[in-house]
Design a protein. Structure first.
Length: 125
């Protein structure tokens, strides 16, 4: 048997869970555990939204000191809406520049060295 109590304080949600102690009698021999995932399921069933878990524990009903525990969750933070970016369109008045054809460009003035030019250089030396 699981008993839960839920308290909300400012920015946190406090959940206290208590398990019934396991006795050695044949009627009550089942071992019961409670983890953070189980507490989150309990909160979801009660439609309570939570943020991060700030404090957690693990319960088991075989000892007195592990039969009760407290979980502390942060309240969910609201996301700020992202502002939309402005779309800038091109103005009609702006001049449009185009590249000139490659054939109109000035060609380089360096000449290729040929064997004739090399022979002239060798003869002069």
């Amino acid at each position: 048997m699981i008993n839960t109590s839920i308290e909300t304080d400012g920015d946190s949600i406090r959940v206290t869970v208590t398990l019934k102690r396991r006795l050695s009698t044949p009627e009550f021999t089942t071992l019961t555990t409670c983890k953070t995932a189980d507490v989150i399921k309990i909160l979801e069933e009660k439609k309570i939204k939570t943020g991060k878990c700030a404090q957690s524990t693990r319960l088991c009903n075989n000892r007195d000191n592990t039969c009760s525990g407290t979980w502390v969750f942060e309240k969910p933070k609201r996301k700020k809406p992202v502002p939309k970016k402005k779309i800038v369109t091109a103005k009609q008045d702006a001049p449009i520049y185009t590249k000139e054809p490659i054939s109109d460009h000035k060609k380089t003035t360096t000449s290729k060295k040929t064997f004739e030019n090399v022979d002239k250089v060798l003869d002069n030396s």
